[in-house]
Every structure is written in C-alpha cells, then in structure tokens.
Design a protein around this ligand. Structure first.
Ligand code: GLC
Length: 550
C-alpha cells in the first residue's frame, strides 16, 4: 500500500549518474551501474532517489543541456534500462525522481537547430532579439550568464552576416525557451506524462525560478539574482506553469511529486512555489549556505519554517548537491559570520586552509540535525561517505563550463562531482568492473578509507552513522511532535520533539546532555557533547512534554 504522503518526510538520495557507478567499464557512470548498486541505497534506507539529467546531451553542462527529453543518453543506457531501473527501485521500496530542465534546451535540440536554420515558427520558441548599437553589435540587454559573460550570443546567417542574438542564462549551448509560446507549455505537459506513464514518481525542477522573464526583457541594472528581484528570475507568471503541472501530477493515482530548485531572494518568495496547487516541495538553500554556527542555524530553521507554515509544504533540507562545495570542506574552513553566499558557494576561497577532520566532525553533526528536523531531507551521493570536495583536479581535466567561461576565476563544480569510491585502495576504487578505464573526472589518491567497502563494517564510520540515523529517524522522528527550542548554552542548538531532543554543539567547549544518548555523531563521545558534534537524546520523564517553545 503506497503512502500518499511519503514525500512529506522522505529521505531522498541524489544520484549523479555520471559519477555513481559504472556498469560497462568506460569510466562513466551509467544505469547498469546504478541498478547494480540498488542494494547500497536500500541498505542506507532512503525513500527515494533523484537522478540528475540522464537524457541525450552533448554534455556542455553535464547533461543540463538536453537534446531529447524522451530518451536516455547512450553513454548511460537505454529506455529499457530506465524501465528496469524503475521496476527494481520500486521492488526495493524506493521511489524515483528525475530532473526536469524546462528553462533551456541544448543547442543541439531539434527545435533550436531548426531555429538557427531560420524557421520562424521555431525561432518564436526561443528569445531571439536584434542587438543594440548602430549595427546591432551590442547584446539586447545587460543580463549576464550565470556561467560568466553576457547572457546573449549573436547568431550568424548562412550568408556569414551577423544576425540576431539569442538568450541563454547559462552556457551559450543552453538557449532559453520562451515560455510565453504555447508550444513550449504543451511540450512539457507531454514530457511529464511520458515519464509519469513509465512509473517515474516525480521531478526535481531545474531553475524553477527562471522560466518566465519580465515582459520586454528590461535591463537588470546590475542586480544579482540571489538577493534582489531580477527580471530574468522569480517572475509571478511562472506560477501558472506550476499550477498546470500540479494538475497533471494529480491525474495519477499514486503520488507524482515535484521539488523546486528555486534560488529566490527570500523564503516568502520561495513559499509561492509550494502553494497547495503548485509544486509539492522546494529546496531550502539557506541551510546549505549557513556557517556552522548555532545562532545562524536556528534563525535559518525558524525563518524557513515560518515562511512555509501557511502552505502545508514540508521544509526540504539539503546540505550539499552537485553545484556546491561539499560540506565536509565548507565546514572545515574558517566559517563566515552569516552565509557562504557571498563567495558564491565558496569557490573563490580555493586555496584557503581547510581542516578536513573538523569538517567531517561537523558534517556528521549536521547530518543528525537535518535528519531530526521536521520535513524532508536530501542526501547528496558521497555525503554518506563523508567525501570532501576534490580541490586539486588539474585544470586540463576540468569540464565545468563555469571554470572555462570565467577564464578559471571560478574553479567550477567538478570537485563535488568526482566518481564515488566503492572499494579498494587506488583509483578507480571499484567505480567500474574489473580493469575499468580511468574515470571521467580523476579521483584523488588516499580515498581507500572512504570507500563503501572500508566503511561498511566499521562501527565508527560515517556510512554506519548515516545508516543508523536514517533507520532511527523513521522509528523516532517521522511521527514525533513538532519542534520546540529548548534552552542551551551559547553556541549550542537544542530542540525537542516530544520526549526526544537533538543537541548540536558549535561552541568550543564540551557541554552536558540532558538525558541518555540514543545516537551520537562522534563515535567516541560517551554521554557528553564535545565541540562540533550532535546527539539525539531521550529526555527524562520529569521533562515538560508539552512541546512548548522556550
Ligand atoms: C541548475 C543545475 C546546474 C545547472 C543549471 C543549468 O542550477 O543544478 O547544475 O548547471 O541549473 O541547467
């Protein structure tokens, strides 16, 4: 019997298919590899998997440049493999979410090829505009690409004469779709049904805040989309799209659900995406941007919960993903006062000292925090192994367009996308079968102790901690009463849910815990809470059980 509300409390594992597991030994992860590792997911105890884009793609942005929304990239497998994956995951009690990329397509998508060849009906599905300046030599407006440089590229006609420009908020190989054209909406309705009909349980919506642009594409005047209103992002018109998608999802008997990737200036704006007739959930990125500081974490949690309170949507916690520096490394650096956002995901801080041991202690503590909070939690592949960011990938092996388009100023996202280590002492750490080829991004030396095989039977390992925590979460937290803060020493975050409490220590001193420890982030901590650790505690019977906030 399927619980129609499973997505409200789910632990979802983010699988980056290129780097999860390689079934055919070519050094690139694929669906055969993913299928062979379902036991790892089942053992971890996750409720669902979100798979990053697996569609045919020239891979200018690791699959976020989609050439065909209804097929699988041959490097990953076939539609038959996808069907088999759905069936096998479901048999293991795990749901499958795909990644929908509605803001843009690949420049090799048939629509854009036809548009470039001059077909006016196809050009109308993109944002083609004449340039400014005497001979159209300047871009139509001042928008910049999130990967650096202008968000416009000028086209050249068959006669060699420069023509109009087209809009791309990301790489030039990712032309933006014009969502005011009816064919675009119809196409995505059909794409949703294509995958829902195959049994897929939902979608993560890429750049959910970007689809609809302000009328007339006005200049942005130097605003940065992350913290201020911007004419390319978070326009009110986008919500009509999500109301339409929700109606399609609701046509299915078993739940079909969405999670939005929406980088918007406030949680009040984020709440619009998860109104009752829109998307089910939206990632809460404030936690991912927050330093390891109790006061900031508490504010972030309160703000997120308050903003969503009226929507009925659960908060959706996430510590890392394929776009940001892994949190073992983030937490291992000097912590900013308020937010990592200024350094846009910390990449400009490459070369700053990092203490991975501290980072990993904090990462383990943060895992217990997110797994105890009300709502749903995403685990990015490798979080469960305590993987750090790989910071020493040679420049000539880097593939992220962010690195190349910024002339190397932004080191890019390759360091969090390195193939997973499964077993052994040397690369490729069992990533592929037998004498597999070198992995598509190089793995570092020294990851032997981080492999799944090395951690699996180690009582003190991060993998063991995750397995225990996810199992106990289901038993203890999922049905627990709502959160209430409890008084705690400076630098300590503490909340209770009924007679269970979660304590997290970001201070420099060890503190006493209020009851017997049920699970500790530090294997050797006993009944105290040392710096950089967290614990789940059973409160003594004498405690106030009302769940009142203190
Ligand atoms: C999202 C994805 C990112 C991608 C971008 C463009 O932010 O998470 O990886 O590069 O959209 O599709």
């Amino acid at each position: 019997m399927i619980d129609p509300e499973w997505w409200r409390t789910a632990v979802v594992y983010q699988c980056y298919p290129r780097s999860f597991a390689d079934g055919d030994g070519d050094g690139v992860g694929d669906l055969a590899g993913l299928r062979s590792r379902i036991p790892h997911l089942a053992r971890l105890g996750v409720d669902a998997v979100w798979v990053n884009p697996w569609y045919p793609s020239p891979q200018h942005d690791a699959g976020y440049d989609v050439a065909d929304f209804r097929d699988i990239d041959p490097a990953y497998g076939t539609l038959a493999d996808a069907d088999a994956l759905v069936a096998e995951l479901h048999a293991a009690g795990i749901r499958l979410l795909l990644d929908l990329v509605p803001n843009h397509v690949s420049h090799e998508h048939p629509w854009f090829r036809a548009a470039l060849a001059g077909d006016p009906a196809m050009r109308a599905r993109f944002h083609f505009r004449p340039g400014r300046g005497a001979s159209g030599e300047l871009p139509p407006n001042d928008w910049t690409s999130l990967f650096g440089g202008p968000a416009w590229t000028r086209t050249t006609g068959a006669d060699g004469v420069p023509g109009e420009w087209y809009l791309h908020l990301f790489a030039p190989e990712q032309p933006d779709l014009a969502w005011d054209h009816p064919a675009v909406g119809d196409e995505f309705d059909d794409v949703l049904r294509f995958w829902f009909d195959r049994g897929v349980d939902g979608f993560r919506v890429d750049v959910a805040h970007g689809l609809v642009k302000a009328d007339g594409l006005p200049d942005a005047g130097g605003t940065t989309a992350l913290s201020e209103p911007h004419p390319a992002f978070d326009q009110d018109g986008v919500h009509a799209v999500y109301r339409r998608w929700r109606r399609i999802a609701d046509e299915y008997a078993a739940p079909r659900v969405f999670v939005a990737e929406a980088w918007v200036p406030s949680n009040e704006r984020l709440a619009h995406y998860v109104r009752e007739d829109e998307l089910h959930t939206a990632f809460q990125f404030d936690l991912l941007l927050a330093p390891f500081r109790a006061d900031v974490l508490r504010e972030v949690i309160d703000d997120a919960r308050a903003a969503l309170a009226g929507t009925g949507s659960p908060t959706t916690w996430v510590l890392s993903n394929h776009d940001v520096v892994r949190h073992v490394t983030r937490y291992g650096r000097a912590q900013p006062e308020r937010s990592f956002a200024d350094g846009i995901m910390e990449r400009q801080r490459r070369g700053e000292p990092v203490d991975l041991e501290v980072g990993r202690r904090r990462a383990r503590a943060a895992a217990l925090l997110t797994l105890a909070l009300p709502g749903t939690t995403y685990v990015y592949q490798g979080d469960e192994l305590g993987l750090p960011e790989v910071e020493d990938i040679p420049d000539d092996r880097r593939l992220d367009p962010r690195f190349h388009n910024s002339g190397g100023a932004d080191v890019g996202r390759d360091g969090c996308r390195v193939p997973l280590p499964w077993q052994g002492e040397e690369p490729p750490y069992g990533f592929g079968p037998g004498a597999a080829a070198a992995t598509w991004l190089p793995q570092p030396k020294g990851w032997g102790p981080l492999t799944v095989a090395a951690q699996e039977h180690d009582d003190a390992s991060t993998l063991t901690l995750y397995r225990r925590a996810i199992a106990l979460r289901r038993q203890w937290w999922v049905d627990a009463p709502d959160l209430a803060w409890v008084p705690a020493p400076e630098g300590v975050l503490a909340f209770r849910r009924g007679d269970l409490a979660c304590w997290l220590n970001t201070s420099g001193a060890s503190v006493a815990l209020p009851g017997p420890v049920l699970l500790h982030s530090a294997a050797d901590a006993g009944e105290a809470l040392p710096p950089d650790t967290a614990a789940w505690v059973r409160l003594p019977d004498t405690e106030d059980r009302s769940g009142r906030s203190s």
